[in-house]
Design a protein around this ligand. Structure first.
Ligand code: ZN
Length: 279
């Protein structure tokens, strides 16, 4: 069991990222390379196409394999991660939010992180009342557009096209990263299908891959039935677990689940085995 290990990160950086570091600590380059070393020792890196063929049964993966993915479409995937993966010959997927590509807007959690130094309660503001973050920023004189211009936290369309040419797959991560359990099913479907269509139209991706923003928790079977005619595979954060006849795959969170890849993977395996015994 668990021949295929889908793992995900957001970014890799040796620098302090003011929009991310108040939320969680990304891996440094050295930590990321150590993770890859562990993964490559025990698993074979596979592309998203190999994952898809495995799930459809067209070409099953026989040796333990991992697929690497990066959520949120962050710039360091181009500047830091790409050279490392190119050197090691590892394919990967980047899941983007259609509203944020080209630094057109900023994820509400990143806004909260930028305000947290002045007002820690900003971190408690959720997707549904996210406009409060803009009000607070105005009062504090924090300019998110200025931050987007100067920091350029997101990948551009051009960078994504280069990533694609170098073997990355591009998937969707919703329009603007809501917590799905707070949305109506209609809005969940709209966020998913519109962002998938954006990726397919902009990057001419043949398949549609979707990674849930935050978590797949609280999403109904009805949602999957509505999106599956248009979406090939969905990805969550629930570790080693598949659902929806193999078309929804859990992934291992490599940033917060353990202190290094070995610990994250072992924890996920143990949890996976326990689940099998208990249920
Ligand atoms: Zn995300």
């Amino acid at each position: 069991m668990f021949k295929l290990l889908p793992v995900f990160y957001h970014t890799v950086s040796d620098e302090y990222l003011p929009h991310i570091c108040p939320l969680y600590k990304p891996k440094t380059i050295r930590e990321f390379e150590a993770d890859l070393e562990f993964l490559l020792k025990h698993f074979r890196p596979v592309s998203m196409e190999e994952v898809r063929l495995h799930t459809t049964g067209e070409k099953r993966i026989s040796r333990p394999a991992f697929h690497l993915s990066f959520d949120d479409g962050l710039r360091e995937v181009y500047t830091v991660v790409l050279p490392i993966l190119e050197r090691k010959g590892i394919p990967a997927t980047v899941f983007v939010n259609s509203a944020f590509v080209d630094n057109r807007d900023l994820f509400f959690r990143y806004k909260a992180a930028l305000l947290a130094g002045f007002m820690p309660e900003a971190l408690k503001i959720n997707y549904l009342n996210r406009e409060k973050l803009d009000e607070v920023a105005l009062n504090l004189g924090v300019d998110f557009n200025d931050f987007l211009q100067k920091q350029q936290p997101y990948l551009t369309t051009g960078e994504l096209k280069t990533l694609q040419q170098k073997g990355f797959s591009i998937g969707s991560h919703s329009i603007d990263h809501p917590l799905y359990s707070l949305l109506s099913e209609e809005e969940q479907v709209r966020q998913t299908l519109q962002s998938c269509a954006y990726v397919q139209n902009t990057f001419a991706e043949k398949q549609a891959y979707f990674a849930f923003p935050f978590t797949e928790a609280g999403v109904s079977d009805g949602f999957f039935q509505k999106i599956f005619p248009a979406v090939d595979l969905t990805f969550g954060i629930s570790g080693l677990r598949t659902a929806q006849n193999g078309r929804h795959l859990g992934r291992i969170d490599m940033e917060t689940y353990g202190k290094n890849a070995k610990q994250s993977v072992y924890k996920a395996y143990i949890k996976g085995f326990l689940k099998k015994w208990i249920y």
